[in-house]
Write a protein that binds this ligand. Structure first.
Ligand code: ZN
Length: 138
């Protein structure tokens, strides 16, 4: 079941260039910074209430985020909804003829299990579903 928005992903060319805005200007709590090899990104997370802002910097030229930046530039990349069971959510979406980028859950930042819907099935808004891992800050 989808319960809330977990995070909003924002594509940036450089974490270092943008962290000061979120941490120092907006005054958000920075909850972590880590490399996610599976997605070829380095992420920085900031808490704002129950929602996190996830800055995404590509770690290689074949990163999906590098492709996004080349095509569209920096900006909002995806919205991630929290679910208690990402595998069951995928099954339910597929039963509703939703096209998935990820047919199987994969590893996200901070021990989460995630899957992306294909934007063609979600009004061109890249949509992620996200199940918090035991090691998360949830
Ligand atoms: Zn995300």
């Amino acid at each position: 079941m989808i319960s809330k928005i977990n995070h909003i992903g924002i594509a940036v060319t450089s974490l270092d260039a943008h962290i000061p805005f979120y941490r120092d200007v907006l005054g958000l709590e920075m909850t972590g910074e880590e490399v996610v090899p599976e997605q070829k990104v380095k992420v920085a997370m900031f808490r704002v209430g129950e929602v996190q802002i996830e800055l995404l910097e590509p770690t290689s030229e074949d990163s999906p985020i590098a492709g996004y930046l080349a095509k569209k530039g920096e900006g909002i990349h995806h919205i991630a909804y929290a679910t208690d069971d990402v595998a069951a959510e995928i099954d339910g979406l597929k039963r509703n003829d939703i096209r998935m980028i990820d047919d199987q859950p994969r590893n996200g930042a901070h021990g989460t299990r995630i899957a992306f819907l294909h934007p063609a099935s979600s009004g061109r808004v890249l949509t992620e579903i996200c199940e918090s891992g035991s090691g998360s800050h949830e």
